[in-house]
Design a protein around this ligand. Structure first.
Ligand code: HEM
Length: 579
């Protein structure tokens, strides 16, 4: 039975007399779904595919429901303990990962794979058996499997020397051996993730709280340890850990958003007063997310981040439109129902081809800021002009080719089956790839339940902004509180731009110090090389620098910041310029 709620003055009652007009795909209008029992999983397979909109509703009535894998205490971080190590027949994966990481900083593999050490490691991986995934019978085990297999895939891809992956005429896709790709391609759809390292792997499934015996919490049991890194450096651990800390701070923001949405349904005098209070608290919570983010500036070494850590993150699309991609060996492609590479996030232009173009991880894949954007009705969907610009780039891929940064974007055109951030657009739209669509594209890199959560939020029948506009004159405190929350979000984006400026833009302009060169396995730089690098650094064009998720940084981050200001009922002045 559909729960009865007081009608909102914005959405209004339906013609059918007092009943509420909910979109057909709204969760309150759908039949609940239940996990299907299978031979392997008698109490229901640990898949999240029940949330796909195949006519069934998520078995939930709340934004904080466990059915979206959103925990009231931990937000998008799992409420249950992350598995630290797989055992039994899966120990072979962990052992390969141990060998790749070494036992201390500087002891692990190095990007580029020029040394005997990397070749020996890859040879050993090539002899590993293909292990079936049948004994991964819980979500924490499946998550750890995704973490281990994607770290292995990135270690393998980035230690494969360029000479063996390219011929003079056409580049060959980088092979991901079957012992990694077959289990990875089976585990990934069970989590609703692509077969590539994501933010979920580096952050959500990769931390332990100070007391691992009890659930993490923002007040008493904060994330304090990272399970897996590429480099074993403190900088890499802190980079992941600080992201986990933003997520736990975000749990309170999610709680405030859920309470606010309940008030939106009511929208009487009392509800409007409460909503005002919740929005003020949300602003404070967003400020806390900013404060945690800014701790990156002192905890993470920018040089180590840019030169040592970040290159491991690159996905198969790292060389832009000309990327050869990654070849997931062991499964046949094109039209085969077993072709799991054609699942989420893959670009349509590579469907059926061997080289798959998935992007590497980015904090832009975190569901938290996406959720706050949708709740506050910040619209990141492309304008007509941007859509046309991106379509033009498809016709002439050279327009979007990147030469400066090592993480370029391709200009192919996937049709994401995800909503834009504008309210009421819960259907799929064919949009070209580029910074205008980055936000939508990143949704495909989130675990499926979190994507469902975002979809659910974006199809909420009573979005916040129209209500605030409606009451702006009669309830000015509400409008001020709403703008205050947006102002906090704008501040977050400004601070984040400072982080990006230090960690990417400034590092792209100078060559690494001798200390970091040594960590990268490079010989000391000659005077001549240094002078050349300095010259090259001067010519770095900020407009050409790309993020790991493939966005044109400067333009994209500014656009996200400006979209935030646009949503304000009474907008304020200009802001920080990335330099
Ligand atoms: C060293 C630290 C960081 C660097 C270098 C960095 C870099 C970037 C880059 C390059 C992008 C552009 C998208 C891409 O192509 O990847 C981006 C986007 C984004 N990042 Fe970060 N980031 C950092 C930390 C964080 C943290 C801690 C958060 C979480 C609160 C965060 C949240 C976001 C969001 C939400 C976006 C999407 C753009 C937006 O909504 O404004 N980032 N980041």
């Amino acid at each position: 039975m559909i729960p009865q709620r007081s009608p909102s003055p914005i959405a209004g009652p339906s013609a059918s007399g007092g009943q509420y007009d909910l979109p057909a795909n709204h969760f309150l209008n759908l039949q609940p779904s239940f996990a299907q029992s299978t031979e392997l999983y008698p109490s229901g397979a640990p898949t999240t595919s029940a949330h796909e909109s195949n006519g069934l509703a998520p078995n939930t009535a709340s934004l904080a429901s466990a059915d979206f894998d959103v925990d009231v205490r931990t937000g998008f971080l799992p409420g249950s303990k992350n598995v630290e190590r797989l055992e039994g027949k899966y120990a072979v994966w962990e052992e390969a990962l141990d060998a790749a990481r070494g036992t201390e900083v500087g002891d692990g593999l190095i990007v580029g794979g020029q040394r005997e050490k990397e070749r020996l490691w890859r040879d050993a991986v090539n002899t590993m058996p293909i292990v079936d995934i049948h004994e991964l019978r819980s979500l924490p085990l499946l998550r750890r499997a995704h973490v281990v297999l994607t770290f292995l895939a990135h270690f393998y891809a980035h230690t494969t020397p360029a000479s063996t992956t390219s011929s003079s005429s056409e580049k060959e896709p980088i092979p991901i051996p079957a012992c990694i790709s077959v289990p990875l391609l089976k585990v990934s759809p069970m989590l609703g993730l692509p077969p590539v390292l994501t933010y979920a792997d580096t952050v959500l499934y990769n931390f332990l709280p100070s007391n691992p015996a009890v659930a993490p919490s923002a007040s008493s049991n904060l994330p304090s340890e990272i399970i897996t890194t590429f480099t074993r450096t403190r900088s890499e651990e802190q980079f992941f850990l600080i992201s986990a800390l933003t997520e736990i701070v975000g749990a309170e923001a999610l709680r405030l958003m859920r309470q606010s949405l309940d008030e939106l349904f009511l929208a009487d005098e009392k509800a409007l007063r409460r909503l005002t209070v919740y929005l003020r608290r949300l602003a404070q919570q967003i400020d806390k997310i900013s404060d945690v983010t800014m701790t990156l500036m002192k905890e993470v070494d920018p040089e180590e981040f840019y030169h040592l850590i970040r290159p491991w993150f690159k996905g198969g699309d790292a060389d832009g439109p000309t990327s050869a991609g990654w070849d997931y060996l062991g499964l046949t492609t094109s039209g085969d129902p077993e072709d799991l590479t054609s699942s989420v996030a893959e670009s349509s232009s590579t469907a059926g081809k061997r080289g798959k173009l998935f992007s590497g991880p980015s904090a832009g894949q975190s569901s938290l800021i996406h959720a706050i954007d949708i709740f506050l009705t910040v619209d990141h969907s492309p304008t007509e002009e941007e859509r046309a610009e991106a379509m033009a780039a498809i016709e002439d891929p050279s327009q979007s080719h990147i030469t400066v940064d090592s993480t370029p974007v391709s200009s192919d055109a996937p049709a994401p089956s995800v909503p834009s951030h504008g309210h009421g657009h819960g259907h799929a739209t064919a949009v070209p790839r580029g910074e205008a669509t980055f936000v939508q594209r990143m949704l495909q890199y989130m675990p499926l339940p979190h994507r469902s959560f975002i979809l659910h939020l974006s199809t909420h029948p009573t979005p916040l902004r129209p209500l605030v506009v409606h009451y702006a004159h009669s309830h000015p405190a509400l409008a001020t509180a709403y703008d205050g929350a947006l102002e906090s979000l704008r501040r977050f984006r400004e601070k984040h731009m400072r982080v990006v400026s230090l960690f990417i833009v400034q590092q792209a302009r100078r060559s690494p110090s001798e200390r970091v060169r040594k960590m990268m396995g490079l010989q000391p730089e000659t005077e001549e090389e240094r002078a050349l690098a300095e010259e090259k650094g001067k010519t770095v064009n900020i407009n050409e620098i790309r993020g790991t998720g493939g966005s044109a940084l400067f333009k994209f981050l500014k656009r996200c910041r400006d979209n935030t200001t646009k949503a304000m009922v009474k907008p304020s002045g200009a802001g920080y310029e990335l330099e």
